[in-house]
Design a protein around this ligand. Structure first.
Ligand code: AKG
Ligand code: FE2
Length: 331
């Protein structure tokens, strides 16, 4: 496996809105987005307790008996991709991933007009009653949204756009998604497969060679923490390399929307996971509003605009989610 150095960017001054420090962080982030589509951020300002509570609650849930976890099954109880998916239920690269996960997104109760109207991906999260669980996850999500908008401010600066370009384009909110993911030790996966989809589309699909198969993310920016190594990234020459977990730093990567928005100037890089030990990761997907229409902004040169017709984020994400969770009932 080749080595590749993913840059580590100190974002302390960006978060403090220091003009010069913001500019320097923005420059480094912009360069990384063009070169490899991945960067680490340190001095991110997320309190240790917010992070440790989230890991602790994620572990507490995954430690429950399978039958208990299935009470929150996405396939059985959600029409908008929220809740628990056991090992081997989610797809990447056309194969089944080995991990179990809990998926959350923006909360809409059943009476919300968009839910009543049947708008895709809009609905309630499924919350286990573990003490402190929901509060810890929501505190984490709130912190990630703030970090996400600050990083997008840096990205806007790096592209010579108004600082609030993405905040405005997101209609001042993100259609975030957050996952807690548990990769069991490989020898445990088969034992845990009792509730993996036995019927429907996924049952026919083979198990992947990787713990998580190669894919790009759909939104703008993924902000990830993991308690063990395993993440691998493919560079522009098609070579895979390890992206180790750096203590105290988040690893961020560009998603499809930012590649599209920049007319392919930034790269949504393929990545995958290979781990032989138990691993918990917390990917936070910072995404445009469901209604946001994405098209290369003025100033992007060397592209044919007809190659980039206006693309509405929500329906794009909906198609992708139907592809990775084909057993989830959405109608
Ligand atoms: O678990 C990881 O390190 C990465 C997971 C990932 O790429 C994803 O959920 O999109
Ligand atoms: Fe990913």
């Amino acid at each position: 496996m080749r080595e590749h150095i993913i840059p580590v960017v100190d974002v302390g001054l960006l978060r403090d809105r220091d003009p010069l420090g913001s500019r320097e962080a923005a420059r480094q982030i912009g360069q990384a987005c063009k070169d490899i589509g991945f960067f680490y951020v340190r001095n991110h300002g997320i309190a240790d307790g917010v992070i440790s509570d989230t890991f602790r609650q994620a572990e507490a849930f995954f430690s429950l008996p399978l039958a208990e976890k299935m009470k929150f099954s996405m396939e059985r109880h959600s029409r908008c991709f929220r809740g628990y998916a056991p090992v081997l239920s989610e797809l990447a690269d056309g194969k089944r991933n080995s991990y179990e996960l809990m998926e959350f997104s923006v909360e809409f109760d059943d009476e919300h007009p968009d839910v009543v109207a049947g708008k895709p991906m809009h609905g309630p999260n499924l919350w286990p009653s573990l003490p402190g669980y929901r509060a810890a996850i929501m505190r984490y999500v709130a912190s990630m949204n703030e970090l996400g908008f600050d990083l997008m401010r840096g990205i806007a600066m790096s592209l010579s756009l108004p600082e609030d370009f993405f905040y405005d384009a997101f209609n001042e909110r993100s259609f975030w998604q957050f996952r807690t993911t548990h990769y069991p030790e490989p020898k445990s996966v088969r034992q845990m497969a009792e509730y993996a989809p036995q019927s429907g589309p996924v049952s026919e699909i083979e198990i992947g060679d990787y713990s998580c198969g190669a894919h790009t993310d759909y939104g703008c920016l993924t902000i990830l923490l993991a308690n063990n190594p395993g993440l691998q990234v493919r560079n522009r020459d098609g070579e895979w390399f390890d992206a180790p977990a750096i203590p105290g730093a988040y690893i961020c990567n560009i998603g499809d929307m930012l590649q599209y928005w920049t007319g392919n100037l930034f790269v949504a890089t393929l990545h995958r996971v290979l781990t032989n030990q138990s691993r918990i990761s917390l990917p936070f997907f910072f995404q445009p509003d469901y209604e946001t229409v994405v098209q290369p902004f003025g100033g992007v040169t060397d592209i044919r605009l007809e190659d980039f017709p206006p693309l509405k984020y929500g329906p794009y994400a909906f198609e992708k989610y139907k592809g990775i969770y084909p057993n989830c009932c959405v109608a």
